[in-house]
Design a protein around this ligand. Structure first.
Ligand code: NAD
Ligand code: TYD
Length: 352
């Protein structure tokens, strides 16, 4: 394989930044160019480690601005694209879907158009589109999503991601672009933005704030440690088949209340002055259209690409809690800014 030069969209966000760390830590001869708009969810601090490293470059850019995408990137020397940039939070998509359609659909479209240009100029090797299992809709008590499960998105977020997946598919069939899509389950780990369930619960425990559990807390998610996810994406970029999709998950279903209890237990141990943290749990009104259950069947990536996760849930959730305890200034800065206003108003609207 030629030297890999990877363009990473959304590389200042949660999964994108973990991917940059994984790629640069695991490979000496790879270069990474991150493009990111730095929305509320993007944070250059996530990439501090690589500042000044000749293998790393950052370009501030909005993927929904076609002229900016083309003026800044059409002559860029990259041979792979990993497309993470998106609006990613379901609750925000309920409160304001427009940004989701713009970024996830139109932004992905412009990235595909750019990829088509780079492909015809220099022979781009792969365009990896990072998507979600939420495109498949909601499961009942049994079964798991496979790559053949029909699409049935229920939230504006998942609908916008589903639309982008279809565009990616069409660019393979119509233009022969070497695309691959991955659909993964809920991630957790370092750099997770505080609005999502796991970091929200950790940080609310630390601040003695209520732990808002939607509905009865029986909804199920299939939790994937972000470092396993990033290694899987790298494997798919190297060995995956163009035009195909791969589901990524680790058969780790938990209901929300079990997750919150686990975090409370860890916090009782690590932050004893707040114990018992369980007393902070508050059942609040349910999310509109709340999908009951997601579960991934990862047989295809396991059987065809030989993928195996490296981390066990028990150790990875503890590592995650420790990361938040050890990186106080990272989250304190976020909580003291615009995000706090959003959380308080969202609390009134969705979490009371
Ligand atoms: P995130 O919200 O933490 O990060 C998104 C990043 O994209 C941010 O850095 C943001 O600044 C950037 N971005 C947003 N709009 C942009 C724009 N218009 N132009 C350029 N950059 C822009 O999201 P995440 O959790 O890291 O998710 C990354 C990808 O993985 C997304 O495509 C998401 O749909 C997918 N995904 C996430 C999960 C999960 O559990 N977090 C699960 C399945 C799939
Ligand atoms: P979230 O982290 O928002 O991910 P997604 O909606 O993409 O699955 O939510 C995970 C689960 O946790 C979901 O069932 C909604 C629930 N949840 C709560 O109960 N309380 C909260 O404050 C949040 C943010 C989520």
């Amino acid at each position: 394989m030629k030297q890999r030069k990877i363009l990473v969209t959304g590389g200042a966000g949660f999964i994108g930044s973990n991917f940059v760390h994984t790629i640069l830590e695991e490979n000496q001869d790879v270069t990474v160019t991150v493009v990111d708009k730095l929305t509320y969810a993007g944070n250059l601090k996530n990439l501090d480690k690589w500042k000044g490293d000749p293998r790393f470059e950052f370009i501030k850019l909005d993927i929904t601005d076609k002229s900016e995408v083309f003026s800044k990137l059409q002559n860029i020397e990259v041979n792979e694209i990993a497309h993470f940039a998106a609006e990613s939070h379901v609750d925000r998509s309920i409160l304001g879907p427009e940004e989701f359609v713009k970024t996830n659909l139109m932004g992905s479209f412009y990235m595909l158009e750019l990829a088509r240009k780079l492909y015809s100029q220099n022979g781009l090797r792969v365009f990896l589109h990072v998507s979600t299992d939420e495109v498949f809709g909601s499961l009942g008590e049994d079964g798991a999503f496979t790559e053949k499960t029909p699409y049935a998105p229920n939230s504006p977020y998942s609908a916008s991601k589903a639309g982008s997946d279809h565009l990616v598919r069409a660019y393979f069939h119509t233009y022969g672009l070497p695309v691959i899509t991955t659909n993964c389950s809920n991630n957790y780990g370092p750099f997770h933005f505080p609005e999502k369930l796991i970091p929200l619960m950790i940080l609310n425990c630390l601040q003695g704030k209520p732990l808002p559990v939607y509905g009865t807390g029986e909804n199920i998610r299939d939790w994937l440690f972000v470092k396993d996810h990033c290694l899987a994406i790298d494997l798919v970029m190297r060995d995956g088949k163009f035009g195909e999709t791969y589901n990524i998950g680790t058969r780790n279903e938990k209901n929300n209340l079990d997750i919150v209890h686990k975090i409370c237990e860890l916090m009782d141990e690590k932050n004893p002055k707040g114990a018992p943290h369980k007393k902070l749990i508050q059942f609040v009104k349910d999310r509109p259209g709340h999908d009951f259950r997601y579960a991934i069947d990862p047989s295809k990536i396991e059987n065809e690409l030989g993928w195996k996760p490296k981390y066990k849930f028990e150790e990875a959730i503890e590592q995650t809690v420790d990361w938040f305890l050890e990186n106080r200034s990272w989250w304190e800065e976020i909580l003291s800014g615009e995000y706090n206003k959003y959380y308080e108003s969202q609390y009134k609207e969705l979490k009371s």
